[in-house]
Design a protein around this ligand. Sequence first.
Ligand SMILES: NC(=O)c1ccc[n+]([C@@H]2O[C@H](COP(=O)([O-])OP(=O)(O)OC[C@H]3O[C@@H](n4cnc5c(N)ncnc54)[C@H](O)[C@@H]3O)[C@@H](O)[C@H]2O)c1
Length: 458
Amino acid sequence: MADTGLPPFINLERASISGVSSGSSLYSCGLITCASIRARSDLEIGRETPFFAGIGLKGAVAYDRSPLTAAATAAIQTGDKTMDEQSLNRRQILGGLAIAAGTTTLLGGIGSRGAAAAEAPGAAPAGGSQAPTITSVKDKVAYITGGSSGIGLGIARALHEAGAKVVLGNLDDKQWADALKNFPANDPRVFTIVHDVMDKDGWQRTADAIEKKFGPVDILVNNAGVGLQQAASTGTLKDWEWGMGVNFFGPVYGINTFVPRMQKRGTGAQIVTTTSTSGILPQSGAGIYSVSKIAAVGLMETLRAELAATNIGTTCFVPGQTTTNIGQSETHRPETLKNDAAAAPARPAGAGGPARAAAPRPAPAAPPSPYWARPQDPLVVGRVVVDGILNNDLFVVLQPEWRPGVESRANALLESMVPVLPMPESMAGGGDRYLRTPIFAQEVAHRKATRKRTIAGI
Ligand SMILES: NC(=O)c1ccc[n+]([C@@H]2O[C@H](COP(=O)([O-])OP(=O)(O)OC[C@H]3O[C@@H](n4cnc5c(N)ncnc54)[C@H](O)[C@@H]3O)[C@@H](O)[C@H]2O)c1
């Protein structure tokens, strides 16, 4: 088989074997890439060539042997001739999953612009995304862990400027003086509390103390985090315990503490967790950190699916490079989890990514380098989070420059799906069953419908 530059199943030789009428003009072409099909959109496509239901997708051949509808045929024949080859291929791979899942939405997607085909599985999401649970933060009570520095402080300031009562948590009281300079003196809407998020018993005590001061928490922001630099391959168990303890189990304890309280109260609430671009694309050079953030992203996705029918909203906040004190994270490491000097692992060669200096992240010098091209001011970042809360956004992602990386990771997964031929009836007719959850399709629709946002500083 000649190399088409496409995965084996993106290949009409396979497709023709699987289901194409030998009388078809395409069959005689043998090997035709998606691109050449696009170029030959005048090709005769008839009812006897059902494989066209998923051009380039073996699944369409094997899974969906039903004849094309006239509309579908027309959609293919009038395909988007200006679509670039790469995106066409990608859309067909992704869109093909819709066919495998028994949907017909791909057919419209083949000829459409944007990422329509890639989103085909969700073209008809079961219901809309979960409605916003909080329409104004005024007088709402927000608890922000790690709220006295960096992004947490930025979120606290943004919530406060929008009228919320804010509780800043931190593992000790060392940052209060500086943090409180950002609020009016003795402001009755600001409260500080010492709370180590790794202390699981401390969570209930903290919740009780906040309730006593301000009333029940409406908005929980699981933000405390440590940017430990240890690689997954060489990090010690103490590194793992600390990294997962703060960055993952912190949010777990928070959810475990506050979800029952929020459910019992039933008035509408929001849970935000600050994750990271490392949580959507690993290999930042800090392996344990990445794993902890990937886990936190999964936690928030799972929470959204589980709580979608309640009035507890969820937002997975995904910031990237921001001007904060994260470079000083090691100073927050508990004595019991410090590595012996001899055991401290060296950063492995090729770990990738810049090592973070043990100093605060500097504000970018003007003109900013592309590295710092996104909003870096924690207050601006905080305003984006408030906007995400008010819209009950599932994801708030501040770093669009990571799109190629995220796409390539998703594509690697898609390309790695082992073809099953023939596709068993029960799988082929599975429909939305293989979407597992509608939350992602719903989020795409929600984002498209609410694309226009006005956020100060953005
Ligand atoms: N700064 C960035 O570029 C960046 C990028 C992506 C994600 N993040 C994430 O943003 C969040 C906030 O980090 P930041 O950049 O503002 O750093 P930061 O160091 O300025 O703030 C982190 C806060 O968490 C607190 N903290 C640490 N361990 C704690 C514990 N056990 N219990 C309670 N509080 C604890 C720290 O004292 C500090 O107040 C973290 O989850 C971090 O992983 C930061």
